[in-house]
Design a protein around this ligand. Structure first.
Ligand code: NI
Length: 272
């Protein structure tokens, strides 16, 4: 079986002790491709480094809503100035990184009102600016959205930044978001949450998305699926997401593995 983990963070410090070992292991155990996602400048550089030293790894670069510059404690009138100044300089660097070999998308980018409610305007600004960069470079975007469904969709539908294609990474099991995302031709990437016994809407969400729009991911080292919940996640666990989708859709595991592999190659323009 050849699996594609569409989103993992081997650039995370939780892999500092055994990064090479674990990458070799996941490859040997059937993870034929994976995308290592950046979330700030440093992790984006690291993702590229890992991708360039492992044939089966690809990278995304971007600044997540939880990693944008934060001047919360500054006076309000100088806050905006600081923010734009620092952010736009980082954006230039992201743009340069995005031109490097094996970078397949801008991400993860988006809005997160769960962890950060105080800087919504800054989050929207940085989301839109990074969409602009993706459009300029003709790259897809990888979206992180948490408790910000309405604003996320508003930006994605906005004609000032017409997005061509992208992925809802670790897609929230919000049926309205999924329906709207599908209308915009986005891919829906399911993570460990669909395997949790108490997951609300998991079945409905899976049923809603046609097979040709589904990706699977681990978001390693976080969010390990059942039955590995609570442990450090790695790409080998992506098989549990595939199995859950197979069960809900009433198709074979092989079919889910094959189709999600093809889908990921298509959206990230990776040779099949
Ligand atoms: Ni992630």
């Amino acid at each position: 079986m050849k699996l594609f983990d569409s989103h993992a963070h081997y650039n995370d410090e939780k892999f500092n002790q055994d990064r090479e070992e674990i990458l070799n292991q996941v490859y040997e155990e059937g993870i034929a491709r994976l995308v290592c996602a950046g979330y700030n400048l440093e992790s984006s550089k690291k993702a590229i480094e890992i991708a360039q030293s492992h044939d089966f790894v690809y990278a995304t670069v971007g600044i997540s809503p939880n990693d944008i510059p934060n001047f919360e404690n500054e006076q309000i009138d100088i806050k905006d100035f600081f923010f734009q100044d620092v952010f736009l300089e980082q954006l230039e660097q992201i743009k340069e990184l995005a031109k490097k070999e094996k970078v397949v998308a801008i991400g993860e980018i988006g809005l997160d009102y769960y962890w950060n409610k105080e800087n919504k305007e800054e989050q929207k600004f940085s989301f839109m600016k990074q969409i602009e960069v993706a459009n300029q470079l003709q790259l897809p975007i990888v979206i992180h959205t948490r408790e910000a469904v309405y604003d996320t969709l508003e930006i994605l539908k906005h004609e000032i930044c017409p997005v061509k294609k992208g992925v809802f990474h670790c897609c929230p099991l919000n049926l309205d978001l999924i329906k709207e995302g599908l209308k915009l031709d986005f891919y829906i990437s399911f993570a460990g949450a669909i395997t949790f016994k108490n997951a609300k809407n998991a079945q409905e969400a899976i049923k809603l998305v046609p097979m040709e729009r589904i990706l699977i991911e681990t978001d390693s080292p976080y969010l390990a699926p059942e039955p590995k919940r609570g442990t450090r996640n790695d790409s080998r666990n992506v098989k549990y997401m595939a199995q859950k989708i197979a069960d809900v859709k009433g198709i074979s595991l092989e079919q889910v593995v094959e189709t999600t592999y093809q889908n990921a190659c298509k959206i990230f323009e990776i040779k099949y």
